[in-house]
Design a protein around this ligand. Structure first.
Ligand SMILES: O=C(O)CCC(=O)C(=O)O
Ligand SMILES: [Fe+2]
Length: 206
């Protein structure tokens, strides 16, 4: 019964030149609401600046970066050292690793405080992530829309993917090479949403 259900839970979405896998009801070892509350409470959320056209702005959401000790990572033009894994994040990592059959050594946590918080159009294509990164993105809390836009083929319509609490979206293959993604702000008021993106950052020794 359970096995059948979890098999059916894995959906391959049709994305030309990319690979998206969606788990709508993954077993995360706890109720989604309870996870949302405890991650919200436990994570060391911070406002982080972003460098855009030579100017510094605060990013429109809160962030935190957890990683194995050896990992440092640059995003938005800024270098980050990871915080040590909490028990909770590390047990979530284990579950998501076994679901996706992929190893991760870091997680970027995003807190969208309300409908005005957002993430701009980007691809997770930093060289440290390798040529075909597998990124596992877990959403908890309020549903928000995840949008993908093809980089080159303007005849392809943007893909709109609402991500309710508990959804696990795996991006892999050439998704980052061919598509960019965003979480736009929205006019309809809503409460907070947490997104965790598990990544494997390659460290090159100098
Ligand atoms: O919040 C999301 O669903 C997307 C997060 C994301 O794209 C990222 O952390 O790189
Ligand atoms: Fe991203």
């Amino acid at each position: 019964m359970n096995d059948l259900f979890s098999l059916e839970d894995k959906e391959y979405l049709d994305l030309p030149g990319g690979e998206l896998i969606l788990y709508r009801t993954p077993d995360l070892g706890a109720a989604y609401e309870a996870l949302f509350e405890s991650i919200r409470r436990e994570v060391a959320w911070r406002e982080e600046p972003i460098q855009l056209f030579g100017k510094r702005y605060m990013q429109p959401r809160l962030l935190a970066w957890y990683a194995d000790e050896v990992v440092t990572y640059k995003y938005s033009g800024i270098r980050h050292d990871g915080l040590p894994w909490t028990t909770q994040l590390s047990s979530l990592r284990k579950r998501i690793e076994s679901l996706s059959d992929t190893r991760f050594n870091s997680v970027l946590a995003n807190l969208y405080r309300d409908h005005r918080d957002s993430m701009g159009l980007h691809a997770d294509d930093e060289p440290e992530l390798g040529p075909q990164p597998v990124i596992a993105s877990l959403s908890l809390g309020e549903e928000r829309v995840f949008r993908l836009k093809h980089r080159f083929d303007k005849t392809l319509k943007p893909v709109r993917l609402p991500l309710p609490s508990g959804t696990l979206l795996i991006m892999r293959g050439d998704t980052q090479a061919n598509w960019r993604h965003e979480v736009p702000k929205q006019s309809k008021a809503c409460g907070p949403r947490i997104n965790l993106t598990f990544r494997y950052v390659h460290t090159f020794s100098a």
